[in-house]
Design a protein around this ligand. Structure first.
Ligand code: IVH
Length: 666
C-alpha cells in the first residue's frame, strides 16, 4: 500500500466513524471544523488519485449533480402494508386473534409508526448495494444514489455478525426543523410549499439531482429485517443487533407482554410524540418471534402478525360563519373559512384554509355547518369534514365566487390548475398593491421605509399606480401626507434612488413574473444578460437554460407579450433602473457556444462543475446530463464514467478537456 493510499484509507475510516458518532449516536467527538478539514483533505486526495476511487467513500455523501433516471426494480420480498386500527377495541381484537391462533405464549413489540416514505435497503458483504422505494409494493424505484447522501444510513456496516446478504426496511423522514426551513425558503422563492414532512421526504427522494438531496438533511429509522440468515428468532433482539452494525434504530421500541402493556404504550406516545424531532402517525405492534410470525402468515395485503394503530389527528369541531376570498399579487384567489374561535393543539383557530374550489365541492359545505378542523402535518389548519348530524337548519351552500371580490372581474381557471384567477392585473387593487409590495421588498429592490400601509396610502391617493411611479415621487408629495414627516419622506426618496443600483437579476425578480423566484431570475439574467434579450427569447431558448422548464418559460413569454409590460419596462429604464447585467458581468458573456450542447463528466481541477455549467450558459451553450447524438462536446474531467466515454466515442462526439473548453470561450 502506498503512503497516499494508506492516508486515504485512514481518512475514510475516521470520517465514517465521525459520521456515525454525529448522525446516529448524536454524540460528536470532534469539532465540525476538524471534520470539514478531514473531508477536504480526502476530497483533494481522491481527485488527485482516481485510481483509489471508492463508491462508498464518505465524500460521496454530497451526491452528484448528474441527472439520473430511476430504474424500476422488483422487490425480492414484496413490500406489504399494515392493517390499520383506530380504537382500543380493534387493538384488543388483534391481540385476541394472535392468542387464539398461536395457542402458546408470545410477546408483542410496540414501535412508533414513522410518517415518512418507506425504503428497502439491500446490504451485501456489509455494503449498501441498493435502495428501492416501495413503489406499488412489487416494484419500486432504485434511488440508491440519493439514499447514499443520507448520513444516518451506513454505506459500510460496522461491528460483526451481519448476514452476507440481507434487506433492512425503514422510513425516510424529513425532520420538522428541516421541513420548516425548506418551506420558508420555498415561500421566498415562490415555489409550491410541501404540505407536510412526508411529502417533502418523498419528493426529495425522487429528485434527479442527488447533490440537492444531500442538502435536504433527510433522516432514516429502520424497523424491519429480512433475509435467510438473520441473527436470531426475535425481532426485538435482531433490531438491537442491527443497531451495533451502525443502523439508526428507534429507542422507542418496547416489549409488551399483555394487552395493558400495549395500551400503556399507546397512551405514553400519544402525548410524548409531540416532542419528537420527526413526524409519527401511530404505533405498530408486531409479534416478536419470527417463527410465530411465519406461523401466523399473511393475508393478501398485510401480515397477520402485525397491526398499525393510528393516532387520532388533533381535531376540533366548530361553526363555519362565512367564507372569504383573498386575492394574491398574481391574481390567485384563495378561499378562507371564518370560524367560531376554537382551541386546537395549543392555539386558538379562527380561520382555516379551504385550498380550492374542488375541496369546497367535495366537502359540500353550507354556512352555519359544524365543521371538523384538523392540524395534521400541515401548518395551516384545514377543514376535513362536516358534522352533518349537527345540521338542524341548513344554511346557504358555499359556492365559489365567479367574480373577483375586489374588482368584480369574472374569474378564470387555467387548464390543469386547481386555482381560480382574477385576470384583471391592470386595475385590480390587491394585485397592483401586491406587485408594488413585492417590488420594494428586501430581497427585491430593498426600498426601506416603505411598508404595506404606506403603499396602501400612496395607492389610495393616486400617487403610485405601478412600480415605475415610485421613481417620480417627490419629497414634497410624501411630506404632506398624514403621519409622514420631512425626515421619513427624505429617507423614502433616498431609498428609492438607491434602488437604481440594484443589479439586474434582482430587478428581474422584483418585476414579480409568475414562477420567477430569486433563483430563476438569476439564471435567466445570467443566460440572457439583458431585459431586451430576454424579451426577445423564445420559449425554446429559455428552456435551454438549466432548470427552466415549460411552465416558467411560458409564464415569462406571457409576461412580455402583455401590452402593459413594454411601456412599464421603458419607464423603469428611463428612471435609471438596471435593465442589463453590469458591464463587468457582460464582458464575461458571449455567444461563442451558441447552438452547442455540452455534457459535463468527471471531476475538474480549475473550476467546479457548477461553475462550468454557468460558463456554458453564459456563453450561449446548453448543458445536458447524458450523451446523445445531439451532443456537441463532452467536457471530460478526471475519473469520468467509462460508459459515457464509450458512448461518446461511438457517436463520434468531440471530447474536450477543461483547458480546451476554457480556450473555446476565451
Ligand atoms: S413494519 C410487513 N414498522 O407504515 C410490515 N412499518 O402501513 C412492514 N411504517 O409501509 C412494515 N413505521 O412505511 C413497520 N415501525 C414501523 C413503521 C412502519 C412506519 C410504515 C411503513 C409501511 C407502512 C405500513
Amino acid at each position: 500500500m502506498t503512503e497516499i493510499e494508506a492516508r486515504i484509507t485512514h481518512l475514510r475510516k475516521e470520517l465514517d466513524e465521525h459520521n456515525y458518532n454525529y448522525y446516529v449516536l448524536n454524540a460528536p467527538t470532534i469539532s465540525d471544523r476538524e471534520f470539514d478539514r478531514m473531508m477536504e483533505e480526502l476530497s483533494q486526495l481522491e481527485a488527485q488519485h482516481p485510481e483509489y476511487a471508492d463508491p462508498d467513500s464518505p465524500t460521496r455523501r454530497v451526491g452528484s449533480d448528474i441527472n439520473q433516471a430511476f430504474t424500476q426494480v422488483e422487490h425480492r420480498y414484496p413490500m406489504l402494508s399494515l392493517g390499520n386500527t383506530y380504537t382500543r377495541e380493534e387493538v384488543a381484537a388483534f391481540y385476541e386473534r394472535v392468542r387464539s391462533s398461536l395457542h402458546e405464549p408470545f410477546t408483542i413489540v410496540g414501535e412508533l409508526k414513522y410518517d415518512g416514505t418507506s425504503i428497502s435497503l439491500t446490504y451485501e458483504e456489509g455494503r449498501l448495494v441498493q435502495a428501492v422505494t416501495r413503489g406499488d409494493g412489487v416494484r419500486g424505484d432504485d434511488v440508491t444514489e440519493n439514499v447514499k447522501t443520507i448520513r444516518t444510513i451506513p454505506l459500510k456496516l460496522r461491528g460483526e455478525g451481519y448476514p452476507r446478504l440481507f434487506e433492512i426496511r425503514g422510513e425516510i423522514l424529513m425532520p420538522w426543523t428541516v421541513f420548516e426551513k425548506l418551506n420558508a425558503e420555498r415561500e421566498r422563492e415562490e415555489e409550491p410549499l410541501f404540505a407536510n414532512p412526508r411529502n417533502a421526504a418523498s419528493g426529495t427522494l425522487k429528485l434527479q439531482n442527488s447533490a440537492v438531496v444531500a442538502t435536504r438533511q433527510l433522516d432514516a429509522y429502520l424497523y424491519y429485517l429480512l433475509g435467510e440468515e438473520l441473527p436470531g428468532d426475535d425481532h426485538y433482539d435482531n433490531l438491537q443487533t442491527a443497531r451495533t452494525w451502525g443502523f439508526k434504530i428507534s429507542d422507542a421500541m418496547t416489549r409488551c407482554r399483555t394487552l395493558d402493556d400495549m395500551y400503556a404504550f399507546i397512551d405514553y406516545w400519544d402525548v410524548n410524540r409531540k416532542n419528537l424531532p420527526v413526524a409519527t402517525d401511530g404505533i405498530v405492534f408486531k409479534v416478536a418471534s419470527l417463527s410465530q410470525q411465519r406461523a401466523l402468515g399473511y393475508t393478501a395485503k398485510s401480515p397477520r402478525w402485525a397491526i398499525a394503530y393510528k393516532f387520532q389527528a388533533e381535531q376540533a369541531v366548530t361553526r363555519l360563519n362565512s367564507v372569504s376570498y383573498q386575492v394574491g399579487r398574481t391574481g390567485t384567489i384563495t378561499p378562507v373559512a371564518n370560524l367560531d374561535p376554537v382551541q386546537l393543539s395549543g392555539t386558538i383557530v379562527k380561520r382555516a384554509s379551504l385550498h380550492n374550489d374542488d375541496i369546497i365541492q367535495s366537502l359540500d359545505l353550507h354556512i352555519g355547518d359544524m365543521v371538523f378542523v384538523e392540524k395534521g402535518g400541515e401548518i395551516i389548519p384545514k377543514i376535513t369534514g362536516v358534522d352533518t348530524d349537527a345540521r338542524i337548519l341548513i344554511g346557504e351552500k358555499v359556492r365559489f365566487i365567479d367574480r373577483c371580490p375586489e374588482c368584480g372581474t369574472p374569474l378564470i381557471r387555467y387548464e390543469g390548475e386547481a386555482a381560480w384567477y382574477c385576470p384583471n392585473d391592470e386595475t385590480c387593487p390587491p394585485q397592483i398593491k401586491g406587485r408594488i409590495e413585492h417590488f420594494i421588498s428586501r430581497r427585491a429592490m430593498n426600498i426601506d421605509g416603505l411598508g404595506t400601509e404606506t403603499v396602501d396610502l400612496f395607492y389610495r391617493l393616486g400617487l403610485v399606480h405601478d412600480v415605475a411611479d415610485l421613481y417620480t415621487l417627490r419629497e414634497s408629495d410624501i411630506a404632506s401626507l398624514e403621519r409622514q414627516g420631512d425626515k421619513s419622506a427624505r429617507n423614502i426618496i433616498e431609498a428609492i434612488a438607491a434602488s437604481r443600483a440594484v443589479p439586474f437579476e434582482r430587478v428581474l425578480f422584483a418585476l414579480g413574473i409568475r414562477f420567477v423566484g430569486e433563483t430563476v431570475a438569476k439564471k435567466l439574467a445570467n443566460a440572457f444578460g439583458s431585459i431586451d434579450r430576454l424579451a426577445a427569447a423564445t420559449e425554446e431558448e429559455m428552456m435551454q437554460v438549466d432548470e427552466i422548464g415549460a411552465r416558467i418559460a411560458g409564464s415569462v413569454r406571457a409576461y412580455f407579450a402583455h401590452p402593459s409590460t413594454t411601456p412599464l419596462i421603458e419607464r423603469l429604464r428611463a428612471a435609471g433602473v438596471q435593465m442589463e447585467l453590469s458591464a463587468e458581468r457582460q464582458a464575461d458573456r458571449s455567444d461563442k457556444l451558441q447552438g452547442a450542447t455540452i455534457v459535463i463528466s468527471g471531476t475538474f481541477a480549475l473550476h467546479s462543475r457548477d461553475e462550468y455549467k454557468e460558463l456554458i450558459e453564459r456563453h450561449g451553450g446548453k448543458n445536458t446530463g447524458s450523451v446523445s447524438a445531439k451532443t456537441t462536446y463532452l467536457l471530460a474531467g478526471e475519473n469520468m464514467g467509462p460508459a459515457k466515454l464509450e458512448k461518446a466515442t461511438k457517436l463520434g462526439i468531440r471530447i474536450i478537456s477543461e483547458e480546451e473548453f476554457l480556450h473555446l470561450i476565451e
